[in-house]
Design a protein around this ligand. Sequence first.
Ligand SMILES: [Zn+2]
Length: 341
Amino acid sequence: MNTAGINPKLISLLTGIPLDEVRQPVTVEALPGKWAAYASEAHKRIVYLVPGHTETVTCRICHRPAQYDIGMVLVSRRYSVRVKKTRSDLILKDSFQCMGYFRCRYCNGADSWEFPDSFYTRLIHEMLAVRSGRGRPSWVSITTADLFDGYMYSFATDAEEHFFGLMASQGETAYLWNRLGNLYFKSRRADLAMAALEKSLSLDANLMESDFTLGMILIQSGAEEAGARYLRQALAKAARYERLNANDLRDLLAHALIELARVHVKSGKAIAMLPSPEEWAEARNSTTDAGGDSDSHWVVAISGRSDDPTTFYPLAEKYLSPAQLRSLSNPSRQKKQHKRR
Ligand SMILES: [Zn+2]
């Protein structure tokens, strides 16, 4: 089981239970929704966007050291140049970012951490190796990460608190829960991501970016049938989605189609690739719609190459509205139609 910590505020926001009544210690069983407990159990199978990295760190609240998956460590280019010049690790103290989400195993705090001197020595060594461009995989990257609103954070737990602050001041929205879900997934916590993404869909069923991420995580963790269902919902909801520009939306749909094609073939066609009439109706919150997808979509799909999303653009464009198609900077389907005329 994944024993990493959970913020009691998250449970309070997800469930409506007052913060002082959230049962301690907080376990994954307290997370509501269909998939959090499953994702926690599947943690080791999931291929995260950011690799893991374990360090022994001391909690400054209870002064107890323990090993944590701190995720990838990011150092900004500005700091990396200064360190190279001075060879001093002092510059690095409190000026790096940890991508992994972790909380103290003993007091569940996440406010302040003490890294051992040996960490800074290894960090500098690794940073110089990365800068020299030897190209091997590393737990350090010379870059920075910020949130959708430009907020820079040191730890994923800071970013989480920033989201809770936004929810308190602006109200909880499906969009904020979606972005928080993405943060949790980037922070290597699929269990928290699932709970946040499901919450996002409960507030706005049209937020298809949440369907997309839920589907991708489920497929990666082996729940292919359930994951494909979310991806098909993402396809069926795309034409009414306004949060992404048309090019980014098409790219997202192309990635969904790559996964759907792969799962469809792997399952011997038992798992459908494209939305059924019932799924279209569900996506439109109506029972009257009978649109479904014809076989011609499938013919286009199998000509796509699984390593190149652009080969799925013609099929992805079938899920865009006429207005979205007009705003594409490089439409593929319309070009072909012009040629034919
Ligand atoms: Zn502690």
